[in-house]
Design a protein around this ligand. Structure first.
Ligand SMILES: Nc1nc2c(c(=O)[nH]1)N[C@H]1C(S)=C(S)[C@@H](COP(=O)(O)O)O[C@H]1N2
Ligand SMILES: [Mo]
Length: 308
């Protein structure tokens, strides 16, 4: 006669198996009360899956001080050629203001000192550039969520656009004296008028970038000068590791890495990490900005969603 194991024996067996699983690498989970409960109820299992997917996996890995790269390679623009930026840089960014506007109830400006006085987040993360290099750096800055909360988004706001100080020259990548070895061929335009803005196709098309009103002037290069810009959606914008960084490795952010303020939107590739951020604009659609693809490199064909 076959003897079926008792219900009690089955339960004990299940618990023993779960304990073994925990010993084999799940100790941290095993310590959590809610995880123990997930073994018993379906409802808690839902919570387990939710926390795993939405919390654990959605955070970019953070590293230890010992992992920090000795040198954080600068890439793309390393020294914005724009006169207005040069003046700000010369004055150690004392006159810099971050502008926040667009689809917000409370547009505002904040100086660098004011930004530094806000609650900060520090994170050691890895930067991955599509050109095939990575670097680990320690960033400190203001959570973007705090800035957006302060601005109070209007219901239509769907994207956050970052307008940068550096003018690019997408038409003549080999002119302008930029970083020639950059495979992305991003070369800043020399002697660019700070108020000069992107003109797409016709001279009537005026863009408002970097907080400057379009002047309608052109740069005598025969190409379309444009400022670097980027955009993210609200999920990335309110992500806890999305910060406006003013410090790299415990020191003021160097000009080559985006001084005075650059975006860190972890879990995204290098080109999303906008440097020299002058203005943050909330929009409903990306269609009216630049060529409409959501970023300088996106307008050249790169993917808008650059999740890693
Ligand atoms: N304003 C601006 N932001 C930018 C760039 C740029 O040229 N201008 N280059 C992007 C690219 S391709 C990369 S890999 C990173 C490089 O950041 P780093 O100079 O700190 O290494 O900045 C990104 N953000
Ligand atoms: Mo990059």
């Amino acid at each position: 006669m076959i003897r079926l194991p008792s219900r009690r024996a089955l339960l004990l067996g299940a618990t023993a198996a779960a304990d073994t699983a925990m010993l084999g690498g799940c100790d941290r989970l095993g310590e959590a009360d809610w995880f123990r409960r997930t073994l018993k109820t379906g409802e808690d299992a839902n919570l387990f899956v939710q926390r795993l997917l939405l919390t654990e996996r959605s955070l970019a890995p953070e590293y230890a001080e010992a992992d920090i790269s000795p040198w954080f390679k600068p890439n793309g623009t390393e020294d914005p050629p724009d006169e207005d930026y040069k003046a700000l840089s010369k004055g150690k960014f004392a006159k810099y203001h971050l502008e926040v506007d667009g689809l917000v109830e409370v547009p505002f400006k904040l100086s660098l000192a004011e930004l530094r006085n806000l609650p900060a987040r520090t994170q050691i993360t890895r930067h991955d550039c599509v050109e095939g290099w990575s670097a680990i750096g320690k960033w400190a800055g203001v959570p973007l969520a705090d800035i957006l909360t302060r601005a109070r988004l209007k219901p239509q706001a769907r994207y956050v656009v970052f307008h940068c100080a550096d003018t690019m020259d997408q038409g003549n990548p080999l002119e302008g004296g930029g970083d020639g070895e950059d495979a992305e061929e991003a070369v800043p335009v020399d002697n660019a008028n700070p108020a000069m803005t992107k003109q797409s196709g016709t001279a009537e098309t005026k863009r408002n970038v970097g907080g400057q009103q379009a002047s309608g002037e052109t740069v005598a290069k025969g190409s379309d000068p444009v400022r670097y810009y980027e955009s993210i959606d609200l999920v990335d914008a309110f992500h806890p590791q999305t910060i406006l960084a003013y410090e790299l490795n415990g020191k003021a952010l160097p000009v080559s890495n985006g001084a005075p303020l650059r975006l860190r939107v972890e879990r995204n590739l290098g080109y999303k990490q906008a440097k020299y951020v002058m203005r943050i604009e909330l929009v409903e659609s990306l269609a009216g900005i630049g060529e409409g693809k959501g970023g300088y490199w996106e307008d050249q064909g790169y993917a808008w969603y650059a999740g890693i």
